[in-house]
Design a protein around this ligand. Sequence first.
Ligand SMILES: [Mg+2]
Length: 193
Amino acid sequence: MKRLVIAIDCDDVLIDSTKYVISQYNQYYDTEVKLEGAFSINDRDFGATRTQVLERFNDIYRSESFRQLKPYTEAMEIVRGVGRRHELHIVTARDPILEPVTVRMINEHFPNCFTKIEHVGEGSKGNLCQVLQADVLIDDGFRHLVSAYDCGVRGLIWFGNYPWQAEDPKGIPVRRCLNWREVEAEIERIASR
Ligand SMILES: [Mg+2]
């Protein structure tokens, strides 16, 4: 069994954050942003410029109430086991200023599971995966899997079943995993090939 280097996204893979952030956003700013459009930021739906919206998201991530949000139970169980057999890294598109928020959550709920915690912000996850020599990227965001594929990563796990995952994966060899049990099986399959 090969020891793999696995890059794992944080939001909506380890923790159900987008649903929470959007519901808080709608409440604070009196908007009706739908989950389908959570990643298509525009003035009309969000009532603010992209820069303002990203600042507002960061405020929500840094709030005390966000801190109370717990990761997926299944993720906490399975990541610990997978982390004993493989080298794991967090690769998140969160703004680097959110690093303390991410680190606190990881230390609290995934102690000693991850070698590195990387914040790429608006940068390329693919480039970072290449630097880490990742064999696998686990992400709910299709564009990040495409970016990793373009940088030579061949283990592409498209995680979850969310309203914003409308892309047709044609041409990109992603494996869809709806939950962490499926991810675990897929990782073992990749490691034994
Ligand atoms: Mg994500």
